[in-house]
Design a protein around this ligand. Sequence first.
Ligand code: ATP
Length: 335
Amino acid sequence: MKTDKSDILTCLRNSGDYVSGQQLCDRLGVSRTAVWKVINQLKEEGYRIESVPSRGYRLVESPADVYSESEIASRVHTKWAGKRLVFFESTGSTNPDAKHYAEEGAPHGTTVVADRQTAGRGRRGRSWESPAGRSIYFTIVIRPAFAPDKASMVTLVMALSVAEAIHEVTGLDTGIKWPNDIVVNGKKVVGILTEMSMTPEMNEIQFLVAGVGVNVNQESGEEFPEGLRGTATSLKMESGQQFDRAGLLARILEQFEQDYETFERTVNLSGLRARYESRLVGRNAAVRVLDPAGEYTGISRGITETGELVVERETGETVLVYAGEVSVRGLYGYV
Ligand code: ATP
């Protein structure tokens, strides 16, 4: 949760200039000694902060890729997404953590972030490879007023927000593999897992949690287990650049807040569909639908306003594919 540390860091970062010790005390309602202690802690963490007796403190430089609660909190400028933040160096998986906080009443937008997951999860009991120091793992708590049958669209909203935020920060051309994977040059960089908790009467949503894993700074395929090397990649491997995870996470949360609000106004994807489709991989190309009831191929034509994939089968029949039990592949590979 918010600390004096993140508040002070936010003040210094937002000002970009000297902020007097007195101003910091007044703004945060703490003593001079408390401010001085926090400044020293920040310096120990690698922040370069100049102190000039008559002027105060100035943030000169942040260490590269600091990933901590105060660093993330000082960068997130939103109304609700990530306003409440919980950070773990290591946890099993951020989705169950977020559910736990939601059950205890955590507000809409509460976000759990971890540097490492020891039991990261994907859809249908799959696992998500989650090493330390490289990636972003977060889960956001959402408290919707809409009906349970609308919930699966939130996954598509998140996919769009993450794809666009990554594009903006890295310049990479991000594609969305329906419904919820993000790919760069045909390989997966992001996985998203949305889960729903219902009220005891089972007729309303109690809350949703949307979990996101982004491979950011892996240097090469060797950092992935052998089985994933053909399909997984990282932002660094695709761009040659190292990225600051806190900054990227903040951008994702800002974009999601905006897109979720657009979605919530109509409770469908009408305001987001064009942007989603412009990133949809394999659009107007052949796809293979791995339906447990029987695999088939067809041409992917886009999505509906409620998030189903529109596939034109060879028979001429148009089918709507519902996310859930189904995976979609390119005709000859992953995309
Ligand atoms: P698909 O629809 O492609 O079958 P999915 O959407 O069901 O997959 P997810 O739940 O998003 O899959 O992710 C789990 C899968 O992603 C794992 O089975 C594994 O193949 C792959 N995977 C696991 N960890 C990573 C990672 N860090 N980066 C990329 N891919 C990963």
